[in-house]
Design a protein around this ligand. Sequence first.
Ligand code: IDP
Ligand code: MG
Length: 161
Amino acid sequence: MDRKMERTFVAVKPDAVQRGLIGEIIKRFERKGFKIIGLKMMQVDEATAKKHYAEHVGKPFFDNLISFITSGPIVAMVLKGIDVVEQSRHLMGVTDPRQANAGTIRGDYAQIMERNVVHGSDSVESAEREIAIFFEESELATSWHRDTRKWISQSKFENNV
Ligand code: IDP
Ligand code: MG
């Protein structure tokens, strides 16, 4: 199977910020070897929240989701890595923490869907759409390399990981 270098958008949600889990959550992605190329704490306004969650407009949980995600700061991130969209979703665990495997972020830190501590894009297309909502391209550190890359990703990617 082809390995693809991708970017994804991840956010530590307001519940996790309140609970002091910023470091715990960033750590999961960092230790996996993904490269953090964007990182900032921010307060999401209502318009941005609605744009980000546009696919859920009209669903019964939509209003609560918008008030939750705007209820306090988030930590927004852009990660780069091999198949990072799918792999970071694996690290997060499924949406409902009751079904999320132990060892995943949601499996370890959350109990209910409405407070599931982390967001991650669900496809490469969503990732690029969401990155553009939360980051200017100039805010991203695109030209640095983790010096550990040859121990983590394929050598054929050595020059662009
Ligand atoms: P995801 O975050 O795993 O991608 P989505 O289906 O995109 O899940 O839903 C976005 C967020 O909306 C979820 O993370 C969760 O917080 C919330 N959510 C999703 N489905 C429900 C539901 O049925 N009831 C309440 N909240 C939900
Ligand atoms: Mg989603």
